[in-house]
Write a protein that binds this ligand. Sequence first.
Ligand code: 0L1
Ligand code: MG
Length: 264
Amino acid sequence: MSTDTTAWNVDTAAEVLLRAEETRTDRHPISDDWPELDVDTAYQVQAALIARKVTQGEKIIGVKLGLTSRAKQQRMGITSPLTAWLTDGMVLEAGVPIPTGELIHPRVEPEIVFVLGERLEGPGVTAATAMAAVRSVYAGIEVIDSRFTDFKFTLPDVLADNASSSRFVIGGVERDPRDLDLALEACVLSVDGTVVDSATGAAVQGHPAEALALAANALADRGLALEAGWIVLTGGMTDAVFVEPGKQIVAEFTHLGSVAVAGE
Ligand code: 0L1
Ligand code: MG
């Protein structure tokens, strides 16, 4: 029998997740104790969690897509990715080590990153209209750090947890997306010089622009839009790999340069 005495609601769930992040304490899924947590309520928890970060001084600077790869979607039994928020508190400058001592069990995944030149609002956004709103494309690495033990969660749990967001790094090469075929843009992921995985942009919903269109249309369901200047992490191209202190992880792209991170 559960000994949980929390009076579960959107606010208490947001508080519990924030405290887990701040104290580096992983926990069992909230849905174990609050089985009524459904997708709609989980997005409300996500919003409440980000509102608390904003109250603490962070600024929303974009959106991430999560669970874009077929491997992750099959594991979760879903066919469509999820959206979550990026804040300036998640930015890791190039060359700065991943602060493993501040995190629970970080993993990293290479991503194609967009910066929007125009506001993008659904519904009805297609890959083509999404792409027209993109000003620049970069390589990136996202650091994910689920607040749930062993990255084990249901879909509502991970939605509430802002899709395991933690940090992200953007590479130094800026490209015009119109000059590239992003479905064919390849990435090779290495750990300490050994190749551990590779993928092309097609791994992200067939094309990262499809992921962006999905994000715009999904946000529109909640009356939200993507703003000009925002960063969009379009989703992991490969499965995520664990970060360990001293380990050097490099994502090398065909036309977008390389991004390197190391565990502190
Ligand atoms: O960015 C992501 O795809 C993470 C989504 C959440 C699931 C996970 O922690 O792998
Ligand atoms: Mg990701």
